[in-house]
Design a protein around this ligand. Structure first.
Ligand code: TRP
Length: 449
């Protein structure tokens, strides 16, 4: 059977940018910037994207492009044996873990769209909003319901396949996302005191940069570009032969970074407009912002669009992660694609409900909290700290040290028209700089460095 591919360059780019732009950009990036000193963090982040993100992205896309299969199959096709399939296996397992918490947070975004439409934030105080968030999270059915809705939404898109599902929906959802961010950015300019927000965001105080800031930026660059888990590898395998992979990687990284920076341009003016702490952490988007929306003129509209933005961004990302599971199960177990979709969706339903439940304080102790850490947090920690950096490291080590340079040169320069100079720079980063950076992140995150 002929393997599906994306039918147009724009569609392919929309899908890949859709994967990259997600909760990581709109939920995580602003709070990381807030916690790590604003502007200085952004500079470090940009350098990380350039020196680690782009080479890693190009490597992952290339492996998929060359291997023409899911992570496990692609490595087998390339090497002729199963030794490096560990890259695909790791990513396949990682996809269940990452989606375990990602779908839950994505589900929250739907609840917040709903609450925004119902006008539940209007005129409420911070305490009431915090309390409402907890009431919602600890509810016996609402968070599960939204998570299930999100899984079903993702599955419905994927049911239609690569071209009619992923590509078609990304082509609609991604432009929509850009319009919403742009609208909110402009809107934010006119908030009272927005200048303070910009000042914080563009404050390049380099004394604030330390090892922790660098590590946070490196990890975030990796997560935000959807690297290390075979998601970009799958998309690479759907890219038509001859497409310029180097150019595509640079475009994906630029657009992903643009959305992250723009998300900050929405969040910080709003936060400063009402004198709220920008370093509120993970709850910045779900508690701090609704508090801001509650007091802001036009907050009703602003909040609807903001949470819609979050949901759209999350959807095109969950699509790419669930696709890793569907393609892997379908290709490796020779199963019908639709059957494999139903199978992995049901597994995700169970895993996500368990993750969501693990956040609830239960009398006598929650069964899904281990050593004081909830299953939800365990999933987040294992993926960001172990699976993604390890997957990325293996991919770059393989391509830089075990794959023939001439072959890579042929694919990138001759077949896909990357310039000779760019290839040289890329190859140097691939072999030396990027693996060393990754190794540093990895060791640091394991607490060994
Ligand atoms: N990049 C997405 C975000 O920023 C999340 C994501 C999608 C992801 N696919 C991935 C992260 C694969 C790691 C690996 O929210």
């Amino acid at each position: 059977m002929k393997r599906s591919t994306f039918s147009s360059k724009f569609g392919m780019l929309a899908a890949a940018v859709g994967s990259a732009v997600g909760l990581g950009n709109i939920w995580k990036f602003p709070y990381l910037a807030g916690e790590n000193g604003g502007g200085a963090f952004i500079i470090v982040y940009l350098l990380c994207v350039l020196f680690l993100g782009v080479p890693a992205l190009l490597s992952e896309l290339s492996l998929g492009y060359i291997g023409r299969s899911n992570g496990i199959g692609a490595m087998r096709n390339i090497t002729g044996n199963n030794r490096w399939s560990i890259i695909g296996i790791l990513g396949f397992l990682g996809s269940f873990i990452i989606l375990g918490f990602y779908f839950v947070v994505a589900g929250w975004s739907l609840e917040f769209v709903y609450q925004s439409v119902m006008g539940s934030f209007i005129g409420q105080s911070g305490e009431v909003i915090t309390q409402n968030f907890d009431t919602f999270r600890f509810d016996t059915w609402r968070p599960y319901l939204w998570t299930v809705v999100f899984i079903v939404l993702t599955a419905v898109v994927l049911y239609a396949g690569v071209e009619k599902g992923i590509e078609k929906w990304s082509k609609v959802l991604m432009p929509m996302l850009f319009v919403i961010v742009a609208y909110l950015c402009v809107y934010a300019i006119f908030l009272p005191n927005s200048g303070e927000g910009y000042k914080f965001y563009f404050d390049f105080d380099f004394s604030k940069i330390n090892a922790d800031v660098v590590i946070a930026a490196l990890g975030q660059a990796f997560f935000s570009l959807s690297l290390g888990m075979g998601a970009m590898m799958i998309y690479g395998s759907y890219i038509e032969k001859g497409t310029n992979l180097a150019k595509t990687s640079i475009q994906i990284a630029s657009l992903d970074t643009l959305v992250a920076v723009l998300a900050g341009l929405v969040v910080f003016p709003a936060v400063f407009s009402f004198g709220i702490d920008p370093a509120a952490g993970p709850q910045l988007v779900f508690i701090t912002l609704p508090t801001v929306f509650a007091q802001m003129t036009g907050g009703y509209i602003f909040s609807i669009f903001f949470f819609l933005l979050l949901a759209v961004a999350a959807l095109t990302s969950t699509i790419s992660i669930l696709e890793v599971q569907i393609a892997t199960v379908a290709e490796e177990f020779k199963m019908n694609r639709k059957l494999s979709l139903v199978l992995v969706s049901v597994i995700m339903l169970v895993v996500c409900c368990m993750c969501s439940y693990s956040l609830i304080p239960v009398e006598g102790g929650n069964e899904l909290v281990f050593f004081g850490v909830s299953l939800f947090d365990i999933c987040d920690i294992i993926t960001s700290y172990i699976i993604l950096p390890l997957g990325g490291l293996l991919i770059m080590l393989f391509l830089g040290w075990f794959y023939k340079k001439e072959d890579l040169h042929y694919v990138l320069v001759v077949e896909t028209k990357c310039s000779e100079g760019l290839f040289k720079v890329y190859y140097f980063f691939l072999r030396f700089i990027a693996p060393l950076l990754l190794l540093a992140v990895f060791l640091q995150q394991l607490g060994l460095f």
